[in-house]
Design a protein around this ligand. Structure first.
Ligand code: GLN
Length: 474
């Protein structure tokens, strides 16, 4: 039995059957990581000794008893390093407390194990903005795994993790899940606490699972979801038993297909995969209905104004005084400037500059305020679509993963590639990526994800449809 290939459900069964203990599982997993991760780069670090202590006392009767969970390196776990894949925090910052999601994982018996590579401060779509190291796509080592939760997705896809958590501000769970051929869910805004996650854009950020199966995503979500005293945006609506709800059939489900998403710019082979997935959905009893999201052409502009504005404000705290690396300087201004100048990578600097500009007096009304108003139009587009359908289906990314190095020359092209994912963040709805086959690129099969988008707090229907599709595809 190769432990690292197992799903959460399978590893739990192996524990219950007495085939293996959590200590043995962690040792085996660490062996796999040591042997194979140097060729991939999904892990920034792991601490086996600490995890073994947790494993010795693991309560196997708990829902995630003894299950190791990989964390994106912006999620605080007490005593573990947290770098956001930035030189600023690398080797200098240790999390002083558990994020709420980590506390909930521990209460459910899980073992936080490993820090996943990512784009610096979660800004990017290829993981190439990691200031620490490159992460490769396990399906084609010449290509990117997607981002920003690239390490979380690559590790699960390469069987170097049982399951992981990522964060999604504009697609950072779904897009790497799609590129790596695994399942990734961005929960509805307010479904999962963000307390203890390094903030990128606070009105968009959500934390969610990246797993091998929809059932595992359901299982993880029911553990991490729910109200939180330390995150006022987190809503305490009761958490459904997602893992028990997903098995029901989807006869009568109405799935909307946005006409605007199937226009120019979408790779024809990806389009064909989505269309074929819709045939499968129809065979399961769903009805496919065309819907319109008329303001789609504005979402990238809206997102990059709001996300950078919020990021420039959130990252003001990374100033060389309170967190991380501190430069040698003769006065305070020089200390800020040198620390930030040396500590942040170029994409983070670009976003801080852009965000500061759109918030500056004289430009605030023209950019930030306008973007917030336009954001309402996007929400209305979705409200109107959801008055006619239960779920929306879409691509995740317009293209397969690019080659390493290809994106650098053209950041705008990468921003535009977020077109299908960012609306879910702007509107706060839930959305996931589930594998829907492969496309052949230069002779290599590369995974493609089907995106399903659900109403706010509509995770039960979303996961049920994804599960039915996954089972039908086999
Ligand atoms: N690619 C998007 C960006 O760079 C999304 C990032 C994210 O979701 N964290 O902003």
């Amino acid at each position: 039995m190769n432990i690292s290939e197992l799903t959460i459900s399978q590893l739990r069964s192996a524990y219950t059957a007495g085939d293996i203990t959590p200590v043995e599982a962690l040792r085996a997993l660490a062996g796999e990581i040591d042997a194979r991760d140097p060729g991939i780069g999904a892990y920034l670090s792991y601490d086996l000794d600490r995890a073994l202590v947790d494993a010795q006392s693991a309560d196997l009767s708990q829902p995630l008893g003894g299950i190791p969970i990989l964390l994106k390196d912006l999620i605080s776990a007490k005593g573990h390093p947290l770098s956001c894949a930035s030189k600023f925090l690398e080797n200098t910052y240790t999390a002083p407390y558990d994020a709420t999601v980590v506390r909930k994982l521990r209460e459910a018996g899980a073992i936080p194990f490993g820090r996943a590579n990512m784009d610096e401060f979660a800004m990017g779509s290829t993981n190439e903005n990691s200031a620490i190291k490159l992460c490769r796509n396990p399906h084609d080592l010449e290509r990117v795994p997607g981002g920003s939760s690239g390490g979380s997705a690559a590790a699960v896809a390469a069987n170097l993790a049982i399951a992981s958590l990522g964060s999604d501000t504009g697609g950072s769970i779904r897009q790497p899940a799609s590129h790596c051929g695994v399942v990734g869910l961005k929960p509805s805004y307010g479904r999962v606490s963000r307390y203890g996650l390094a903030a990128f854009a606070s009105s968009l950020d959500q934390c969610g699972p990246i797993t091998k199966t929809v059932a595992d995503t359901a299982r993880l979500l029911e553990v991490i979801a729910g109200g939180c005293d330390y995150d006022s945006t987190c809503i305490s609506t009761p958490v459904p038993r997602y893992s028990e709800e997903i098995g029901k059939d989807i006869t009568g489900l109405r799935i909307g297909l946005p006409t605007e998403y199937f226009a120019e710019g979408l790779d024809p082979a990806i389009r064909e995969r989505i269309e074929s997935a819709m045939k499968t959905m129809e065979s399961l009893g769903a009805t496919i209905i065309p819907v319109s999201l008329p303001h789609t052409e504005y979402v990238v502009a809206i997102y990059y104004i709001i996300a950078t504005a919020e990021a420039s404000s959130n990252l003001a705290r990374i100033d060389g005084v309170r967190y991380g690396r501190r430069a040698e300087a003769s006065d305070l201004t020089e200390l800020y400037e040198k620390s930030r100048g040396e500590g942040f990578g170029s994409e983070v600097k670009r976003r801080i500059l852009f965000g500061t500009h759109v918030l500056s007096s004289g430009y605030y009304d023209a950019y930030y305020l306008r973007a917030q108003k336009a954001r309402t139009l996007i929400r209305q587009d979705f409200e109107s679509a959801f008055s006619r359908v239960d779920l929306i289906a879409a691509p995740v990314s317009p293209t397969p993963p690019v080659k390493i190095g290809e994106a650098e020359a053209d950041p705008l092209r990468m921003y535009l590639a977020d077109i299908y994912t960012i609306s879910a963040n702007l509107t706060g709805i839930c959305a996931l990526s589930v594998p829907c086959g492969t496309v052949s690129v230069e002779g290599k099969p590369l995974p493609v994800g089907l995106q399903l988008l659900g109403k706010p707090f509509g995770e039960v229907e979303l996961l049920r449809a994804a599960h039915a599709y996954e089972q039908a595809r086999g």
